[in-house]
Design a protein around this ligand. Structure first.
Ligand code: MN
Length: 320
């Protein structure tokens, strides 16, 4: 008798919301009750959606901006309590859920300590940070204790977008925000800000200081695989400090497919970074699970490469 084995599908940019965290900001679901319900659900509703789409496992992370807009004192206790509750969720369904913790980045040493706690005590796979920390990019040296600890623990930091800096909104997007609010988020603002954060990380020298540091970015690399050749060429021109931009980016960054199920974007990313750097994700509940797994079924790749994207690369990077 032959047994048809369901493919193992791991998704790793899958969000939830903790009401005790979202109480501190205007919630990521805004005023959409259906989205809010799906963000706050960590049981029946979520598992049913995963089952319908054939998703074996979600690595859970809080929605943006998580704890990145909190002051240093508040952030430490809020992050710790949220991570403890997330641990309880994972323990209830250890075969279905993993976790990326939230970090109180406003207190970089506290964030490094919390990263160590969630990884070594709670079994989390790393941490996710959302956009700027109260207006500051993460490549600033005061945040480097977080990266030092991530390297020591050998876990990745997932750099997720958040709504851009208010000055950027005012200068770049204000004219279109009312008719097209998504210009601030997945429509464009998220992409620019996260790509900028990634570029700044490479320029900062943080990867010279921590040569085994691993960073994940979502949304098929936030446009960077497409632009990598040009950035690299431009940064090599006279007047720039010596830096192998492309090599540094390609060595330290992994990307996920979250919310960007485009074959042209995938093929570009495979050609630029290699298939070993690409991991499946949905961006639930902002994007539908079935949209992601329907796309997986028709990837223009061989079975071995498809398997790497569905689970192999994540298993290796997150030691699952
Ligand atoms: Mn997301």
């Amino acid at each position: 008798m032959s047994v048809v084995r369901k493919p193992l599908i791991i998704a790793l940019e899958e969000h939830y919301c903790d009401p005790a965290v979202t109480a501190h900001f205007k919630g990521p679901s805004g005023n959409q009750p259906a989205l809010r319900e799906r963000l706050e659900d960590l049981g029946e509703l979520r598992l049913k959606s995963m089952d319908e789409a054939g998703i074996s496992m979600q690595v859970l992370s809080h929605g943006a901006p998580a704890t990145q807009r909190l002051d240093a004192v508040t952030a430490v206790s809020v992050a710790r309590a949220a991570n403890d509750r997330l641990h309880t969720t994972v323990k209830a369904h250890p075969d279905r859920f993993g976790a990326f913790g939230v970090l109180p980045t406003a207190d970089p040493t506290g964030a490094a300590d919390e990263l160590e706690r969630v990884v070594s005590r709670l079994g989390f796979k790393g941490a996710m940070v959302h956009g700027l920390t109260n207006g500051a990019f993460l490549d600033e040296r005061r945040f480097w204790p977080i990266f030092e600890r991530a390297q020591a623990l050998d876990v990745p930091i997932y750099m997720h977008p958040a709504i851009p800096h208010p000055a950027v909104i005012e200068a770049y997007y204000r004219d279109y925000v009312e008719d097209f609010p998504s210009i601030l988020s997945a429509g464009w603002g998220f992409t620019v800000e996260t790509a900028t954060q990634a570029i700044r990380m490479v320029l900062s020298g943080v990867f010279d200081a921590y040569p085994r540091l691993k960073i994940i970015i979502g949304h098929m690399g936030e446009g960077l695989p497409f632009s990598l050749w040009r950035i690299d060429q431009a940064m090599s021109r006279a007047g720039n400090r010596a830096l192998d931009f492309r090599a540094t980016f390609s060595e330290h960054f992994w990307i996920t497919t979250s919310g960007n199920f485009s074959n042209p974007a995938l093929l570009c990313s495979v050609m630029e970074l290699g298939v070993d750097r690409i991991m499946f994700s949905v961006d639930y509940p902002y994007v539908e699970n079935t949209q992601g797994t329907d796309w997986l079924k028709q990837l223009p790749l061989c079975a071995e490469d498809r398997e790497k994207i569905m689970n192999g690369n994540a298993k290796r990077l997150l030691k699952m």
